[in-house]
Design a protein around this ligand. Sequence first.
Ligand code: ADP
Length: 561
Amino acid sequence: MVEGISATTWFPSLEPSDCSLCAEARARLSPEGTEVAGEIAVDLVARAMVGSVLRAVISHLSRALAPGRVSLLVPETAGTWRVFASSAEHETHDLVVYSDRYPELLETSRTSTPFVAADVGMAGELRTARDVLEKAGVKSLATYPIFRTSPSAESAVLKVSFYRPARDEHLALATLVAHLLLHRLSRVPLAEVASQLGLPAPPETAAATQLRLLPLPALVLDASGQVLSTNARARWLLREREPAGSGELPRLRLRPDQMWETHGSRWEAALLRGQDEVEVLGWSASLPGDRHLVLLEPHPEARRRVRERAIRRTLAEKLRELEKANVLLAEHARVRDRFVSDAAHELKTPVAILRPYLEALSDDLAAGLSEQQLEFVRAAAHGAKRLQRLTEELLDLAALGSGHLPLSLGPVSIRTAIDAVIDELEPLALAAQVTLRHDDVAEVLVRADDERLRQILRNLLENGLKYTHPPGAVTVAVQSGDDHAVVSVCDTGVGIPAASLPHIFEEFVRVPGNNLSDGSGLGLAIVRRLVFAMGGRVWAESQAGTGSRFFVELPLWTGEG
Ligand code: ADP
């Protein structure tokens, strides 16, 4: 046995490019050895048949290590070995050797690891064979297990006898070639190698048939956790990622990285092949011959992760679409505001000229008009007044939308503003036969634009009067908190149906069947934008048939503009 090499490291499931044993041996080679190893590596790939690969390797190696002999022996019955191929011409298939005369075979087979004796005279394990070795002129010896049908089965052995003391570089070459051979054979299905070497079929061939019948993804593992065979359903777990036509067996890596033996009968693992990996849950049961039957299912966490990834991808896509739509919407809104503002500007002057003429006509010059003419002129004056108000509202809205409405924020007394607006609207209230009053309002200073705050109050109070039948009431109250004040305008009017309530602050929205008077549906939209512009918020509560309550919250004046 060679120190540091266990059966599991010698029989690895790694590719030669990742194999540290191969790398170490390669580092010890002489330049000629490197050349020979290169030639052999080419042969290993180029030849398809196992027998042909073995014979080519034996012939290359014996030439490189001459004088010496290279043979491949396969286990026959307990304690006997048959020579499968040899560089010595007289040794044929018929030659059977006995392990008592070849203790190195017994040693290699027992440990499933290489046995290397640089000086046969010094190796204790070779004591019984010393005479034979001396007579044959063998100075150094190395035996390497290169294939076994199961971890408990005897191995086929590559044996190198040196007829002169072997230098380290020679032993390194033998070790490297043996391990490359082992890698090569591990890529061929076990049953195929066994049949070509004349060995009994591996036990997992029978298990493979049973595996195929199982309705779940399943594997058979050996005692070291190496996958011996899989069924189609287990391969299907990796199917989407499998390179077409790859017959390579997957590996199972337990999570967390622990030895297979330390695990109970249920565990988490990753099923790996090449770069591909799938998380699985496994249940294992023992099979005869130190093997395990493993049933697998995709790990639910992994499924969740896959689902999450899909959701995240969809979300990101939708978000991008939304962002694009938002940009488009903002652009459209800009174009619309610009158009509204331009149109309102164009209307403003002619309407401003028209209205006083029509009013003068209907009031001062009425005497010269017939009853019908007067009715027409009054209707025209009323229309001009509405048009002027609409123009002003549109200009306000456009200015607020583009952020161009100049606001002069400062300390404003709510009580003074409320008193002034109530005074202003008193005649309207009288005409509507609706009581307009305020509760005791404390002197509170809010941070606002005085003129615009009055516009807000005017709008809400006018609405209250407009949508309240006589003899109703519109009441204004104020409540102040730590850093804000809330003005409420409460009426006993027609109310707003629940379906319309969330929309009444939108532009041009009027509650269907609710409009007792003229209006544009812009008043509340302007109120909302003005309140926002002053750093406040606005909302409404209402019950159809009972009345409405509008709230405006504004920050208290703190002494800072
Ligand atoms: P309008 O010029 O039509 O009054 P507003 O934007 O001020 O426009 O109001 C939008 C709509 O909300 C009104 O048309 C009306 O249907 C409804 N509304 C507003 N205030 C009240 C209220 N106090 N009571 C009932 N409905 C109201």
